[in-house]
Write a protein that binds this ligand. Structure first.
Ligand code: TYM
Length: 337
């Protein structure tokens, strides 16, 4: 199939901390599978990262790290476009145009805004944090993406993107493809190891909250062995909040191995929580070992990552500029001659 007739996919990750197995199981793992059938655009969303304060040197370093991890997990730069969001100015431009169409009521309703702003001083919350979903809509709509592979926590942002695209289309005529969220059946919401009723997050301070993709194997093991469980002994998938820790470990095992729930429960029948943790640590370490080897190879090859990102920005700009030009024409901007 030619690149033009394939359906398009776009997704991104913020370079705002260390990528976790949540990011891998909820997002990256799907991206790798999709590169075979879709025309894919994957960006490192640095413009989103600055909606909360970032240290400039750390932001630059994390941006490269996230891009190198995209490659290390198996994305093939010959098949997909990998780029840095701020390298394509069309994202910021479309963000502005869409902001003018974004009702404040919609934005104030976003749960992620409510959660993140609750942790800040009320009068120092940046306007960018409120406008975060509009920038995300711009990312997606610029590439006329049909599908957006994300974890469960992005569901509401995807609904928002669809609503905004429909609003634009009905005001100015059919312009944007209305995208669908693509959320994996297993692993869409990995919980914190130390707090299994809260989503695993890359910006959590606690040492035992998350397994990072670049953690040394013994550190991964230590974190998993310390995971919070409960006072029971049965190893079964269970939605009961009191069993959230065991359920989370089983979910990590399932999403990592691809085995069925029945096979996994049968495998752990009669075993203890210590056995479960050891088994989870083993499959996670085995999955990430080749990723780390590849990561080290990529960052060790001088100039390689920069050339991939330069080529990615060029390819992404081509598509983004095309959509932006159409949008500008529709809203009535005078073309520059
Ligand atoms: P971010 O950087 O928080 O997370 C990146 C991706 O990882 C998924 N994810 C998880 N999946 C399962 N369990 C978890 N504990 C977990 N934590 C994170 C997220 O759902 C996401 O898919 N707003 C986005 C970035 C973004 C974006 C976009 C995504 C900006 N523009 C356009 C898609 C399309 C975000 O904050 O992701």
């Amino acid at each position: 199939m030619s690149e033009n007739s394939k359906k398009r996919v776009l997704s991104g990750i913020q370079p705002s901390g260390n990528l976790t197995i949540g990011n891998y199981l909820g997002a990256l793992r799907q991206w790798v599978a999709e590169q075979e059938t879709f025309n894919c655009y994957f960006c490192v969303v640095d413009l989103h990262a600055i909606t909360l304060p970032q240290d400039p040197a750390a932001l630059r370093e994390k941006t490269r790290e996230v891009a190198a991890l995209y490659l290390a997990v198996g994305l093939d730069p010959e098949k997909v476009t990998i780029f840095v969001q701020s390298h394509v100015p069309a994202h910021a431009e479309l963000n502005w145009i869409l902001s003018c169409l974004s009702p404040l009521g919609w934005l104030y309703r976003m749960t992620q805004f409510k959660d993140k702003s609750a942790k800040q001083q009320q009068d120092s919350i940046g306007a960018g944090l409120l406008n975060y979903p509009t920038l995300m809509a711009a990312d997606i709509l610029l590439y006329q993406a049909h599908a957006v592979p994300v974890g469960d926590d992005q569901r509401q942002h995807l609904e928002y993107t669809r609503d905004l695209a429909q609003r634009f289309n009905s005001m100015y005529g059919d312009t944007f493809v209305i995208p669908e969220a693509m959320i994996p059946k297993e692993g869409a919401r990995i919980m914190g190891l130390d707090s299994p009723t809260a989503k695993m997050s890359k910006s959590e301070e606690s040492d035992y909250h998350a397994v990072y993709l670049l953690d040394p194997p013994n550190r991964m093991k230590k974190k998993i062995m310390r995971a919070v469980t409960d006072s029971g002994s049965e190893i079964t998938f269970n939605d009961d909040l009191a069993r959230a820790g065991v359920n989370n470990l089983l979910t990590i095992y399932q999403a990592t191995t691809g085995e069925t729930k029945e096979a996994i429960e049968a495998h752990f029948a009669g075993k203890g929580y210590g056995d479960l943790k050891k088994a989870v640590a083993e499959v996670v370490m085995a999955k990430l070992e080749p990723v780390q080897t590849e990561y080290n190879r990529i960052v060790g090859e001088s100039g390689y990552l920069d050339s991939i990102l330069a080529q990615g920005a060029e390819r992404a700009s081509e598509m983004a500029e095309k959509t932006l030009a159409q949008v500008k024409e529709r809203v009535g901007f005078l073309a520059r001659r």
